[in-house]
Design a protein around this ligand. Sequence first.
Ligand SMILES: [Zn+2]
Length: 388
Amino acid sequence: MSDIRQLAASARQHMVADLTAYIECETPSDDRAALAVGLAWVRSFVSSRLGEPEAVRTVDGGEMGDIAILDYPASAGGDGRIAILAHYDTVWPLGTLASWPVAIEGDQLTGPGAFDMKSGLIQAVWAIDIARRAGLPLPAIRIVLNGDEEVGSLASRPVIEQAAGDCDATLVFEASAGGMLKTARKGVGIFELVVGGIEGHAGLDPDKGVSAIHEIAHAVLQLHAASDLAAGTTVNVGTIRGGSRSNVTAGSASGMVDVRVSDEAERERIDGVLRGLAPQHPDASIEVLGGWNRPVMTRSAGIAALFARASASAAAVGATVEETSVGGASDGNFVAALGIPVLDGLGAVGDGAHARHEWVSIDGMVERTAVVAQLLGDLARQPLRVAP
Ligand SMILES: [Zn+2]
């Protein structure tokens, strides 16, 4: 077994204890007070393992959780700068822990936020600690902590883009996809259809009313027809609402639409479909609100090169990693859109993101921590500088 692997194996119980403590500090995206407590926990955890950062910047998240950027200098002999992204919010409301406490069964640890993505932060921090103790060189490391990822990263997006903008590469510690790293992610758009009609007595004045429900039904069919699975495009009207009573022509209707695309051409095509939605009846109206939340993360040459480094690092510690492309988006999408190499899915091995049974493999935590320690050392020796 490599030294790195051995160091990671001997950290196993500490990692489990750290992850347990982190999960027990609940951090729902919509609870600023809880997020403040969570961020304070994370700050003190990182400092206790890695020492005080060289520089700290905290950005007010407004309605959302604050964003913290922690800078650690390169070690002697280390070169380059790497950004690490780890959101500290979860989808789970405060109090979830009462009915779903942290539990360990065999190799599986379960608890709210374990997989998405509390394990990822624990692994990232331990990887840095282990690389140091193994005497590997380290690049300058910038840890970016945001508390609004699960609600679209509206406050943190510009901060993330700026923080990662002058780094050679960005490592995202979101959970893996069945153990695989993520080298491509779809872009995501969230839109709302707002349809206006005219109310009238459905029986007495059937010709006076204009049904918004009739209109939205047409729009839904047009939108779903725009899905193209072969091209990687999905369009889903996930909710619709409308009307007031069975005997009243519906005066209004609305619906929420989720769109995922694999490339820019498809994004433009869907934009065209949305712009082209027109009412059937001249007195009805259709408005499309919302927009594109996260751009497409395309597997660029830089991303491929970064994955190749990770793959070689895995081999050096007796592990293997595979890559895949996924439909879900992350904050890595923002950074990849700037042309910076991004490797995502470096966090938990396990399953069940946003599901009541989410779990992480403890063996997986240990192994991925060793892989990342090795990767950081490799990136410090030979920074990834890929021509754009
Ligand atoms: Zn996540």
